[in-house]
Design a protein around this ligand. Sequence first.
Ligand code: KG4
Ligand code: ZN
Length: 363
Amino acid sequence: MPDSGVTPTPRGKFFHGLWEWKPARLPGVPVILAIESSCDETAVALVRGEAGAAAVVLAAVVSSQIELHREFGGVVPELASRNHSLHLRPLIEQALRQAGVSVGGIDAFAATSGPGLASSLLIGSTAAKALACATRRPFLAINHLEGHLLSPFVGETRVPPHLGLIVSGGHTLLLEVSGAGRYRKLGGTRDDAAGEAFDKVGKMLGLPYPGGPEIERVAHTGNPAAYAFPRSMLHDPHLDFSFSGLKTAVLYTLQRVTGKLPVADLAASFQQAVIEILVGKTLKAARCTGCRIVALSGGVSINQALRAAFKQACEQAGLELVVAAPWLCTDNAAMIAFAALLRHLAGEQSPLDGDIHPHLPLV
Ligand code: KG4
Ligand code: ZN
């Protein structure tokens, strides 16, 4: 394998807007600029890498709209797209400055093309296409879920065959990954995504949006065995998930409570049910496929209790666990740039007249 001569950036080193200087351009090593704007985060990242060597994140900036949407208890699409167009240009300039690369020094431009909010996807996609057009460089349309799926391997030299679990606000997906670009869907949610269930239960408990981090915070002081919520579909032979029954079970329990709401116990018991479902199904998938590596990604995979449960279960089952660094779990552009880099190195590019795909599946 060729050696890039560059020390890989340790996973988890970058945070929103933070950067570390590295010699940005290396002769013959492509630099990708990617834009992520599928939902309520506007993000830009530059990643450099070559085949067989670890990719280096040169810059990664995110402008989060969480505060903006909080008063509405969820994402308002019109507000999201307006803010993407407001923040995108300064973010691109900031990312280029941080990486020490000019627009002319970019080898390919990429953007998330779906799934996501149509009006938000259009902003990032159009900007990346315009840059590609102006500089006569290739454009790459990247599936947001592929970004999440590959995010645990940013900074690794290759994407090994593994079992990938994506747990985000919009998706809960189990995939068998034979390598970059080769995915087989094993199972997915039949109703709510895991993150969506966290957000909805958070709302029921009177917690601020988004519910995921809030439930984790209050669950620390709660008893995870206080309420026996259902582990839907856990013992069914298939690898699909269901979280709406669990959500309804929390609602019915809430309605029966008299007096002060035991928020911590409810949060801890709900979180424990989600964890057991996710861990149980993933281990079943590992047994079915014979995969020896499990990779976790998506916003919900930040959850420390979930990580700890996976660590323990994988150790017991003799499986290797790879988890994306926390800053790579929630929506970011580094994961999009990394997925684009792998496609660029494989000689791929996307047409400039290609559309966005709000409902794009991964497989
Ligand atoms: O991957 P992501 O940023 O966006 C999507 O592509 O959906 O995931 C956002 C989701 C939200 O539902 C949020 O509540 C959840 O990730 N989340 C968490 C935690 N942090 C974020 N869920 C559980 N525990 C957390 N600590
Ligand atoms: Zn996402």
